[in-house]
Design a protein around this ligand. Sequence first.
Ligand SMILES: [Zn+2]
Length: 418
Amino acid sequence: MQLGRFSIGTGDRFAHQAKAQLRACMLAAEAGVSVTPVWNKSNREHLIIGSEPESVRRAADAAVKSLGWTGEYFCDADHITLQTVDRFLPVCDFYTIDVAEAIGKPAAADDVNAFVARHTKLVGEIALMGTQEKFSITEATVRATAEKYLAAVQQAGRVYRHILAAKGAGNFLPEVSMDETDSAQTPVELLLILAAIADEGIPVRTIAPKFSGRFNKGVDYVGDVAGFEREFGLDVAAIAYAVEQFGLPGDLKLSVHSGSDKFSIYAAIHRTTARLDAGVHLKTAGTTWLEELIGLAEAGGDALALAKEMYAEAYAHKEELCAPYATVIDIDERKLPKPGEVAKWSSREYVAALRHVPGAAGYNSSLRQLLHVGFKIAAKMGGRYLELLEANEAIIARNVTENLFDRHIAPVFLGRAR
Ligand SMILES: [Zn+2]
């Protein structure tokens, strides 16, 4: 099972866009770059929507068949834990093992001591590929990192072995994710975490650290772009070192979570992967659901009316919709238009406010974030929403494909400036 150098995670909340998403990967192939599609959906999304993991598999298989895709593709049990993984086991072949909750929990003192003793070779200066910078690691750093992360990695080992027992070796790709936590991991911490992952015997294929800066849902990166580029390069170098020294799989690569719409760092990601001959997995999800709304708004008539109703409902329930996502959205309430105002908007005005073109007249990132977390409302509308998706399939599909290809795949994997 090969994920390949480049892969993109795509979320398809209502299981209607798999074909349009796959078409974006076909456009990449036509441009000469292979990008493996991975359909991801977390347990939280399944619960909010009331769907089953099997629906993701069915939609992915159908899209692959209908478009004649001959490359690899995967279904990702996104952000699973020991408590939530079981219902994904029959249909998923990619597992994002989320151990963020165990970060900072103490590991047994003996285990920490054993880790420190096992990795004395890492103490001192470590030369890295592709940079003059070196890691300076003291025994205190090794110990402090083990105290913070060893319990989380041990938990990842338990989840991995649980999946292994059900699926068998070689039948799935494991990712370890640590992004949904308060503070970013440094490249040195990443290196030590990878040492612990190797000790646990997890053949990890992608690792999702938390990077510096804000990765809010569905909107651009907020932070120091130059600092991000340096950190990203050091993370890639840490991975190369870990592959060589700890015997981790040779295709291990970074996974960038909440990776959609981070337009201002895409050039940095592309430059770094090109310079260091590295791969990357870019995970996106809700950006596609917003393209459904954009397509509906663009279509006008009943579809535009429903898009306006969606906004009015989201506005009325903003507190409860935002609560589960509080740490990954930054909505400025004063910038949210009143539903009465949106009710008067034309297709063009609605689309301009929602479509993510930073700097474009009318673009409103607060409105976009609110609608991003508002998919629960579409789920509640049920059949009425799905019928309009189907009636406006062509216009929505065009938006979904364009968004994934032009705004994500092209800058990240093809290096095309936007
Ligand atoms: Zn994540």
